[in-house]
Write a protein that binds this ligand. Sequence first.
Ligand code: B12
Ligand code: SF4
Length: 451
Amino acid sequence: MTNIQKKRSDEHPSVRAARARLPVVGPAPISAETLRQWAIEAGADDAAAVSLEHPELEEERAPVRKAFAAARSLVSIVVKMHADNVRSPARSVANNEFHHAGDRANEVARALVERIAAAGHRALNPAMAFPMEMDDFPGRTWIVSHKRVAVAGQLGRMGLHRNVIHPRFGSFIVLATVLTSVPVDEATAALDFNPCIDCKLCVAACPVGAIEADGAFRFSACLDHNYREFMSGFGDLLEEAVESRDRHELRERVPLSEMASMWQSLAYRPNYKAAYCIAVCPAGDDVIGPFVENRAKFKTEVLAPLTERKETVYVVEGSDAEAHAARRFPHKRVRRVRSSLRATSVAGLFRAMPLIFQRGPAKGWKGTFHFELTDRDASVHRATVRIEDGALSVDPTQLVGEANVTVRGDAQSWLDVVSKKRNPVLLVLRGKLSIRGDRSLLDRFAKCFPR
Ligand code: B12
Ligand code: SF4
């Protein structure tokens, strides 16, 4: 700013008025209990405020501060859902419940932000779900993990199905978080039990076997099926359209009902295909009664209508989800789709591996794979991937131990191989890639990451 510009702005009436109000006296402090109370008054069914310095929120600090540098505390907001709606086999009913509760959570968060601002502090409310920061897709697209904040605020615990279970409302909740400049130091009273009763009904209900009895979560199985009409599922539909010779072939690939459902998702709101893990969960004081009273009746009335439901299940060819659906639900139609998680960078490729990894094809053998891939800017990515009898470990930073297979060369070429865009043999012949070691192990490796 030049001196003349500065002089002009100094004389501006708004600047003069603001200067007359100096020095600004800081706003009065707000306690964690007051923030909680304000959230309840705004319509939350439960709430808690926690410091961003809480030890369980370490991974949240950087993304939260990136969105709101002034953030010092987080207010977790719980909005309950109506269980019968979520449990209905009619997807339109269950999805409306998710969307209505989500809207309420967003409204509560926004009202709380306004109240905090009126008290002279700063605050911001990220979306409870969508929209998210899609520039980062398929990486982390959410600003704050509502589940982590709710657990840190002692509002519930993570159940076997990887959702937060509230001690009263059970799994029938959606979450939101308000980021605020208000400092909060008080510790919240600990929730001294996990509401999950380990009944494993969520394991039995999931049509694609995303939840395993040992607590593992098959991320890609859920994303490929449940999120078929979101984000990359829509992209896949467009690709089907481009690949089809004419409208007749497109109709064969994509049934009319699926096209109509996709349109409804675009026009109204996206339809989840399942959420059965939440629907069948009996946990929580307000909902557990019928399960405790008569477990067999509960299964007949709540679980069976979902597991017996005739529906299309979306799976990637060769995935554990495909095998699970064929074994457990032979009456459901299986439709093969492409994986929703496609890496666009080498860093993303190694980050996504645990999310795409299939335990089934990895059983009964072991191998160590070294990758040394050079990006366009000449930076070299070194990574070690180890598979041992159904388990995966990835070190995305270095080459460790003796490799059975070593892949070296151009990073983009390897990404093209992984996405089946180009043939690895041709790339080796052209000197773009070098592959050393046991090729049969590399074939087994590829089967663990079907796309
Ligand atoms: C990403 C996400 C998903 C992903 C991953 C789910 C997951 N378990 O993390 C997918 C698309 C599969 C998903 C599905 C569903 N989701 Co969701 N989802 C989110 C989101 C945006 C962030 C979740 C999160 O915090 N993950 C981080 C940690 C805490 O999760 P984690 O379980 O410990 O670990 C997993 C992830 O870390 C993941 N992971 C690890 N590294 C990486 C890296 C990347 C790049 C990615 C993408 C993932 C990832 O792998 C781990 C195992 O799955 C939140 C909204 C938000 N902004 O918080 C909603 C949220 C968690 N979802 C919710 C719901 C309701 C669902 C569904 C029921 C949707 C539906 N109606 O069908 C299903 C249930 C699936 C399930 N059993 O978990 C609710 C849960 C409410 C509750 N009671 O806890 C939330 C909080 C939305 C909300 N505002 O209420 N979801
Ligand atoms: S369905 Fe049963 S095992 Fe699954 S989260 Fe709920 S209480 Fe836990």
